[in-house]
Design a protein around this ligand. Structure first.
Ligand SMILES: NC(=O)c1ccc[n+]([C@@H]2O[C@H](COP(=O)([O-])OP(=O)(O)OC[C@H]3O[C@@H](n4cnc5c(N)ncnc54)[C@H](O)[C@@H]3O)[C@@H](O)[C@H]2O)c1
Length: 318
């Protein structure tokens, strides 16, 4: 099996590449190494995290907005399945540059869907997001809930991806599964996300901003559980579906911070702030659908944050 991963130098993409190579698949990566966050981290994921896998994957540096580039990759490699993760991924920054989010996330995904149909891809698994649930108040969030009221440009692009995937499944018979990831965390994670920022600031004695005055709940999902969910849906070849992937414990943000403090061995200087535009106070996943496919999350925040802080200290020499 040859699998193409877009966003292959990203947090989730690099971890997915490792798991696919481990199970014997051939892996092709696409990434444009943009500077939304430090591209060095993206290069290091490939050079350090995937050090023992050098020569076991093929990397194409390029942009999913570039259809000629995509055609070159698909024509050269005989791809069987696609894991499409490349995207502009920040909720808050999408408010600053909605057009860029539309270009990369909507048109880029459309380019990928076109290429997948043309090259007869068996299964197209792509990243959606829990943010599509917007300010829905019925918890936990279920795939059958209405998601017609996104509250950030980022969420709107992810909802758009689900709509286009449905069109391509229906009209061209392309198998597609959209994965609604719930707050992913773990080693080699993204610097723009809470765990990374909190760890950095607590370590260096700077105050942390705690939004919605700490009244936030999340199903934090450990990277290994996300990867096993991706593999489960990649194997399943569903005709069209969207699936939640979230941890099985509803965690308060305050507890999350406590576990970070315990692992760093230092108390945080907390600045309580109102909720940010585009952000949602609570995301809790109904994970029944993916569980029914044989998947279950296995890592709690106590173990997951410990792994992250250990990695952070090693990587930054903190
Ligand atoms: N991490 C989370 O908590 C989370 C939650 C919900 C959804 N998601 C989605 O999962 C996917 C992966 O997220 P991640 O956390 O690994 O983010 P990431 O930013 O680490 O990875 C995305 C990768 O895509 C690449 N990329 C961006 N634009 C590109 C383009 N135009 N062409 C080629 N490559 C491009 C980036 O360089 C990056 O390496 C994204 O689609 C994101 O929206 C992530």
């Amino acid at each position: 099996m040859k699998v193409l991963i877009t966003g292959g130098a990203g947090f989730i993409g690099s971890a997915t590449a490792k798991a696919l190579i481990d199970r014997g698949d051939e892996v092709v990566l696409i990434d444009n190494f943009n500077d939304y966050y430090d591209p060095k981290l993206k290069h290091d994921r490939l050079d350090i995290f995937l050090k023992d896998y050098a020569g076991k994957f093929t990397l194409y540096e390029g942009d999913i907005r570039d259809t000629a580039f995509l055609e070159e990759v698909f024509a050269k490699e005989s791809i069987d399945k696609v894991v499409h993760l490349a995207a502009m991924a920040g909720v808050r920054s999408s408010l600053l540059d909605p057009r860029l989010y539309e270009e990369v996330n909507v048109r880029g995904t459309l380019n990928m869907l076109d290429a997948a149909v043309k090259h007869k891809i068996q299964n197209f698994v792509y990243a959606s997001s829990s943010s599509v649930y917007g300010n829905n108040t019925k918890l936990p969030f279920s795939e059958s809930d209405s998601v017609d009221t996104p509250i950030s440009p980022y969420a709107a692009t992810k909802k758009c991806n689900e709509l286009f995937a449905h069109v391509y499944s229906h009209v061209y018979g392309l198998n597609t599964t959209g994965l609604r990831f719930f707050t992913v965390y773990g080693p080699w994670g993204r610097p723009d996300m809470a765990l990374f920022g909190f760890t950095e600031k607590i370590t260096s004695g700077k105050p942390i901003e705690v939004y919605n005055f700490g009244n936030m709940t999340r199903n934090f999902t450990y990277i290994d559980d996300i990867v096993s969910g991706i593999l489960t849906t990649l194997n399943a070849n569903l005709k069209y579906d969207v699936v939640n992937i979230g941890g099985d414990r509803e965690e308060k943000l305050t507890r999350f911070i406590e576990v970070i403090e315990e692992n760093i061995g230092k108390k945080a200087d907390q600045k309580l702030m109102p909720i940010q535009p585009g952000d949602v106070p609570s995301t809790v996943a109904d994970i029944g659908k993916l569980r029914a496919m044989g998947w279950a999350p296995t890592t709690n925040i106590e173990e997951g944050i410990k792994n992250f802080v250990e990695w952070y200290k090693g990587y930054y020499g903190a």
